[in-house]
Design a protein around this ligand. Structure first.
Ligand SMILES: [Zn+2]
Length: 349
């Protein structure tokens, strides 16, 4: 049986939600990942230091006892962000990074930034202090086709940001296009890549009728883009690292309203490993999952090790959401009903 032992990975882009969902899903991440950057687009977005502290407390309380998982908190940039407060929070290690959502780009982002140029003073302070800027890179104008929004964002917004702030530490999150793959390498910024963008192209959303299970933002693109992402993720290059963008939605909302987001944290490592094996790049998996991210963020890699084994792994159709022993809802995981060839065995010494 093939096995792989790597330093414990981190998830550099994660949605943990709040309340019951948070309590039911956090263990999928905390069990096998050392750290995760927690996205701030909760229902009531994390726009201040006090909110970040309160959210971190909720997360910590939801963790299984004895867990040493570290949530890294982010602040949601708005037109009203106070740069002094932001930098203070960063310098005092309360927040790890700031997240830029163009207004209405994705789930709970209606508070996002309407005019990015208004944030240039904030970016200036972030550049000075070394605070990372994490970007949801899509324009939101209705006249720009949903499949083109990443490319247009790169040309219209990201180019000028990088030109004005060449030392600002930037991560283009959940990239979906070959255009982004090339841009990230050329400009020496970082990028996270999700498991689902390595597996599906845009056809998945239209297979067997409109299928919201595969609807996420940014949406999956054409096949040539998926292939470019697979090449990038498995290349071992330092600028590309693991960020699941796991985004759970209760079944009732996902099925009826088709909200954007794919819940992959229960199968993320297995899903990535499948791709690395198919690309004959298992040797590079530790770089992508456990080394490139800490290196980019100037952190030490985790010390513990995780053992992964190649064996048949049937993925459940639904994950139950439990409240006081009753199943009250369900969430569909990525790869539901499929059989993958990898499984996490656990932490080893
Ligand atoms: Zn996200």
């Amino acid at each position: 049986m093939k096995t792989l032992t790597i330093l414990k990975p981190d998830d550099w882009h994660l949605h943990l939600r709040e309340g019951l969902v948070l309590k039911n899903i956090i263990h999928f991440t905390s069990e096998y990942f050392g750290r995760a950057i927690v996205m701030p687009n909760t229902k009531n977005p994390i726009t201040s230091i006090d909110k970040a502290i309160a959210y971190k407390k909720l997360i910590t309380e939801a963790l299984p006892k004895s867990s040493n998982f570290q949530p890294l908190m982010t602040i949601y940039l708005t037109d009203e962000t106070d740069k002094e407060e932001l930098i203070n929070g960063f310098k005092n290690n309360v927040i790890f990074a700031a997240k830029l959502y163009p207004a209405n780009a994705t789930t709970n982002s209606s508070h996002g930034v309407k005019k990015i140029a208004n944030l240039y003073e904030v970016f200036e302070s972030m550049q000075e202090s070394g605070m990372p800027l994490l970007i949801h890179g899509e324009v939101t104008d209705s006249e720009v086709d949903v499949f083109d929004r990443e490319e247009v964002f790169i040309d219209r917004e990201l180019q000028p940001i990088i030109k004005t702030f060449p030392k600002l530490k930037i991560v283009l999150e959940h990239i979906t296009t070959s255009y982004a793959v090339d841009f990230v390498q050329e400009k020496n910024i970082g990028a996270t890549i999700t498991p689902h963008h390595l597996h599906i192209n845009r056809n998945a959303m239209f297979f067997g009728g409109l299928n919201s299970d595969f609807y996420c933002l940014p949406v999956a693109k054409r096949e040539n883009n998926r292939l470019a992402l697979r090449k990038a993720a498995t290349s071992g290059k330092e600028c590309f690292f693991l960020g699941t963008d796991s985004a759970p939605h209760l079944r009732k909302w996902k099925a009826f309203c088709g909200c954007a987001g794919i819940f992959n944290s229960p199968v993320a490592l297995e899903s990535y490993l499948t791709v690395f094996e198919e690309e004959n790049a298992l040797d590079n998996f530790e770089k992508f999952a456990s080394l490139n991210g800490p290196n980019f963020y100037n952190l030490s890699p985790n010390k513990e090790k995780l053992k992964l084994v190649s064996k048949s792994n049937k993925i459940v159709e639904f994950i139950d959401v439990i409240e006081e022993k009753d199943i009250v809802e369900q969430i569909k995981p990525f790869h539901a009903g499929e059989t993958l060839n990898w499984q996490v065995e656990g932490i080893v010494n």
